[in-house]
Design a protein. Sequence first.
Length: 253
Amino acid sequence: MQRIVLIAACLLGASSVARAQDWRPYVFSLDGLTLNAKRAALEAGAGYNGVTGAGGGLQPDDARRTTAWVSAAVGLTDRVELSGAFLFGDDPTNGAGFNQARIDLRVRLLNPRKRFPVAISAGAGYQADALIEHAITANLAATAFIGRVNLTVNVRAAHYFHTGRDPVDVFVTAGALVRATNWLRVGAEYVGEELEGVFGADLDDAIGGRHYVGPTAALFFVDNKLRLNATAGPVFTQAQTGMLARASLAYLF
């Protein structure tokens, strides 16, 4: 009997770990996990932002009416992940074209355990925007796995080496997902951009910051290798409010 209980516990534990390692279940947020060694992922996505013009919409850092991106990530070791992304977009003022390039290196600092089911990762990177202005970035992600519930929070900072830019741009994302079925996660996400603007200290015309909140969902297929996720909701700035929608498709190798 004890052997049966032990085997069942091992199987349940393995299932829990597999679900915990669903890659990027959120549209905006990272989670505290990283890809294991010899694993890789590709993603493509697109979005629409109804708040355009100065002080407009969410990442990348300036207003884009439509956005598209491609990204990739690879696990260098069981704790180290390298990722990169190219983003494209358009707005009524600047037209369509290159928007941002980014590369990040993340390290998993803490693995989730039964008594403390929290994963934490930290990283640093480099990015260039549509003006070919350069920045260094840092990020911290923490995710808790509580039964069927996944809770995550990210803090990201960027420093541009150019005059007229903020000393530091601060971004915060948070999300909650519930595993409704083996293939469906549903929940909500929040994004806060240029949060230094909340204190009136923003030089990039984002006084008050930019905020998004909306429902989010992720669907997993092919043994969790294929993932489709989407979110839609309002973007708030000090002067404008509009709708935003984003979706992406990813494959985990």
